[in-house]
Design a protein. Structure first.
Length: 263
């Protein structure tokens, strides 16, 4: 087995970030385009076609009196599994279209109700963006969705994708990472609980018991990062908590094929 230092270097080396290129967007005929595109939070790099995988952006922007949409979704190309790639891109586009359609429907009804019952109409909003984390053997990115429906505040959700770029591609779940016979949830739970305990600013307000088998995760700077949604383990003000697990704490638990993806 490689030394811990070399494994860590491999993990960091695989995290190649690249820029997003705008593509044409679809739009409803009744909507008015915004004057400028809101940039997707994607870091740039000198070589945007590293290891054959390229990510570009599809931008959808609309603004009416009832709602505003600022949507930037990733379009993936260069995966070895073309059928998986096609379905992934179709699913990402459908998700964006569904979120937009829901906002159009709900905001229209809210406008009708506001006139009927005499309360002020607050325009709805949907904001979708993405961030590329790594490309190569592991293609990793996140999609963030912010929704506002007229209440006191909006809600944000994050979805993480960790795709094994193989002849038969797969979007890895947390349970896919570890060898059989290891209680990885026990290990990770204790590490997260210890981090919470050691931070007096959050110890009294976080309510963490256990991670799920499909708990969102990412590999960043050689560490395994466990992500939580709003309200999952803490109040709204805490945002979306994340805990970074150092490589030496989980490396020996990984399946050999997962280690190979990270090198």
């Amino acid at each position: 087995m490689k030394s811990l230092k070399s494994i860590t270097a491999g993990l960091v080396g695989s995290a190649v970030l690249f820029s997003a290129v705008a593509m044409p967007a679809f739009a409803a005929t009744s909507a008015q385009p915004l004057p400028a595109a809101k940039p997707a939070p994607v870091a740039s790099a000198q070589n945007p076609q590293a290891k054959g995988v390229v990510v570009t952006s599809k931008i959808i922007q609309q603004k009416t009196a009832e709602y505003e949409a600022n949507i930037t979704i990733p379009v993936i190309s260069g995966l070895k599994d073309k059928a998986f790639e096609a379905k992934l891109n179709a699913d990402l586009l459908k998700y964006a279209q569904d979120q937009l359609k829901e906002r159009q429907t709900m905001s229209k009804q809210d406008a009708i109700d506001s006139k009927k019952y005499g309360y002020p109409m607050r325009p709805h909003a949907v904001d979708i963006s993405y961030k590329v984390i790594s490309v190569g053997k592991l293609v990793s990115f996140s999609v963030q969705t912010y929704l506002y429906t007229g209440g006191a505040h909006g809600l944000t959700d994050m979805t993480y994708y960790n795709i094994a770029n193989l002849d038969k591609a797969k979007n890895l779940q947390l349970s896919d990472l570890f060898q059989a016979g290891y209680d990885y949830r026990y290990v990770l739970n204790n590490l997260i609980k210890q981090q919470i305990k050691n931070n007096p600013e959050i110890a009294d307000v976080y309510n963490f018991e256990t991670i799920a088998e499909n708990q969102p995760f990412s590999f960043e700077n050689g560490n395994l990062v466990i992500h939580f949604t709003q309200y999952e383990i803490a109040p709204y003000a805490a945002g979306m908590p994340a805990f970074s697990i150092p490589v030496h704490s989980y490396l020996n638990l990984l399946k050999p094929e997962v280690k190979a993806l990270l090198q």
